[in-house]
Write a protein that binds this ligand. Sequence first.
Ligand code: MG
Length: 155
Amino acid sequence: MRVGIGYDVHAFADGRSLVLGGVTIPHEQGLAGHSDADVLLHALCDALLGAAGMGDIGRHFPDTDPAFKDIDSLVLLERTMDLVRSRGLAVANIDATILAEAPRMWPHIPAMRENISRVLGVPPDDVNIKATTSEGMGFIGRREGIAAMCVALLD
Ligand code: MG
């Protein structure tokens, strides 16, 4: 068994869609980024790459590469799984936390789990997603951005 950890953060920006776990969520702002800025999937990719001993998302999908401009991060997750599988590894389970003051995440979590479980090739029961606020403190609390953390277990 191999475990990996991932963390990512993106700032809110006007004129962008908010995409988390491959789900477009109605909100007055989205997240700034070179790709679709799906902070949850980026943390997940880093956890998977970490567990596989294969570096990080920036090494495989650099944000200086025009090929990844506005890319759907579910495609990055698919490519990450190709790398994981090339090492003869499969996902046992993943657990993630979204840190955001707003919007409410719970209505969208089932769809996020469906998207992720489909790409990882595991049942939704093996994809746990949680959300918490930051109780008004720090950059999360000031609604400047959203962070996500994730652990992945491979076998
Ligand atoms: Mg990112």
